[in-house]
Ligand binder design. Sequence first.
Ligand SMILES: [Fe+2]
Length: 386
Amino acid sequence: MKEVLEMRKFVAPELVYGAGSALLAGQYAENFGARRVLIVSDPGVLECSWTTAVKNSLNKSDIETFIFSEVSENPQDVEVMKGAEFYKENNCDCIVAVGGGSSMDCAKGIGIVTTNNAHILSFEGVDMVHSPGPPLICIPTTAGSSADVSQFAIITDTVRHVKISIVSKAMVPDAALVDPTLTTTMDLQLTAATGLDALTHAVEAYVSNANSALTDLFALDAIKLVSENLVPVIKDPKNIELRGAVMLGSMEAGLAFSNAILGAVHAMAHSLGGHLDLPHGECNAILLPHVIKVNFPFAVERYTNIAKAMSVDVEGKTSEQICDALVEKIVKLRKSAGITRSLKDFDLRKEDIPKLASLALKDACMITNPVALLKEDIEKIYEAAF
Ligand SMILES: [Fe+2]
């Protein structure tokens, strides 16, 4: 009964989940006393009508809006600094992010840069943010990153070519309006990649050294929801109930990982993303089975529970057989979702592996992996994923 007695902190924003919640943006911004809102979005999301719908909701509450959309797939330090300048130039007093993890992480960065008058890279690490940013409302358009509920922001350092992690309670948005309707415009590839990212969040949070009774609840349910509904939603992308199930799973995974942190898959994916600007969700999808093979002996009971949550038959099986069955299940899910590339399909050379492994070893997510991996172990995982 140790786990239920352990004292643990759990941070989360005010949440509104459900169809239509995005249109509460005006009401929420008004409650925060906003008069001039910076909307952070990205070019892809701008093409859909979601940014306009949120803008209209804000304007209806007599709030002026200023759109900043110079955000890359892996948001960069220079973009955050440019967004912060734009925020100041327009005397904004609140930020609303409409987009995937990139827009939301960039918005979080803009917020702390403006309040603290410091460069975004100076916040790297855990608890390095002195003053919280202005009110921040996040409206996700993907079901995966969960930046809308997390205390993380991942920003690319364009000089060192690494992704830095900013982890702080000050990064938790003030409100998250989680509206599954907005995920209906994701193409199938993005649906698959973000879904696999969400599954990885839940798996890594569940086996993390920092797990707790509370994060376990969200992580296990997220594993069930995402693994059951991801392939069906890819086959029927306009089905709002299936979109809702994956969005709910993604949100739960976010609540779990924001508080239990992640592990080797994310540490290694950050290293790939920073070095070569590779897509985050796909990197996780490729690495997850290989990391499970290495981690499994150090968290047998927890991985067995994950296997059960994914409807893997574990009855009468040895731990090795359960590991194989779980890995097989994830590989099958990944293939059925349409993710078939391996690391060799990217512009990546085997000679890059030692450098990638060194960077992954230093990533904040590596600390909570269930076993302390050595640089050689990480190199072997990268090699296996080629
Ligand atoms: Fe992720």
